[in-house]
Write a protein that binds this ligand. Structure first.
Ligand code: ZN
Length: 247
């Protein structure tokens, strides 16, 4: 079975369609996991929610889904994110908002736990340091977990022999993580719709259950088409510009 792992789509339908096409070209995925932030920043929130719903994705909430439904305020957001969140809220139907409100903060499927941020603070905390990774690993009951939120592809390997208790590795296009059970693992598949690791290509991952591996992929998409729609919607300039530089 091949499970496609998507995170931080951020209402970027061109990027979402590009990664779906890319994954399909390598064998149709049997299931889809979504790590939250399907909306916010980008120009097509309703379309992205509908597409992910249609795929039957197993889906956990991010801070941007919570803001889009009004479940949380935008006080914790920076001004550009807050402006986009308010715009997004107005673009979603009552039905879409009600659906997003049903998303859990964490879920488990087999050997994996899915969460947007960390298990300590599911929708808010960024997992990019050894310290945060270790706290997350302590709360992780399954051998493997998947996180998003930072928009940077990452592998965390629990390692009792390491002075920091774990090791962190950046993941590039084509990198394959073997799912060994010697220590717990955390994988961040990067962001479909707003990469922030300096590579503007959309990111996703595929979990091969038989091969017991997760492979990271990067895919080019029509960035200008998304930027055009964002300009038409008068979304903040920096949110438009950052897509081209992957920051
Ligand atoms: Zn995000």
């Amino acid at each position: 079975m091949r499970i496609m792992i998507l995170s931080d789509v951020h209402a970027n339908l061109a990027a979402l369609e590009a990664v779906l096409r890319h994954a399909n070209a390598h064998g149709t995925p049997d299931a889809f996991w979504c790590l939250g932030d399907s909306v916010g920043y980008g120009p097509q929130p309703a379309e992205c929610v509908a597409r992910l719903k249609e795929l039957g994705a197993l889906w956990v909430a991010g801070n941007h889904e919570r803001a889009a439904t009004g479940a949380i305020g935008t006080e914790e957001f920076n001004p550009d994110a807050a402006a986009a969140a308010i715009w997004t809220k107005g673009r979603l139907s009552d039905g879409a908002r009600a659906f997003l409100d049903t998303l859990p903060e964490t879920t488990e499927d087999g050997d994996f736990t899915l969460v947007h941020g960390t298990l300590r603070w599911p929708i808010w905390e960024y997992l990019y340091s050894h310290e945060v990774a270790l706290d997350h690993l302590t709360l992780q009951r399954t051998p493997f977990s998947l996180v998003g939120h930072t928009h940077v592809p990452l592998l965390v390997m629990e390692d009792g022999a390491s002075p920091q208790g774990c090791e962190l590795y950046r993941l590039d296009d084509g990198d394959e993580v073997k799912l060994k059970r010697e220590g717990k693992l955390v994988i961040n598949p990067g962001s479909v719709g707003q990469p922030r690791d300096g590579d503007p290509r959309a990111a996703y991952a595929v979990y091969d259950t038989e091969g017991e591996s997760v492979v990271l992929r990067r895919v080019e998409y029509d960035i200008e088409a998304t930027q055009q729609l964002m300009a038409e919607a008068q979304l903040p300039r920096w949110l438009i510009d950052r897509l081209a530089i992957g920051r």
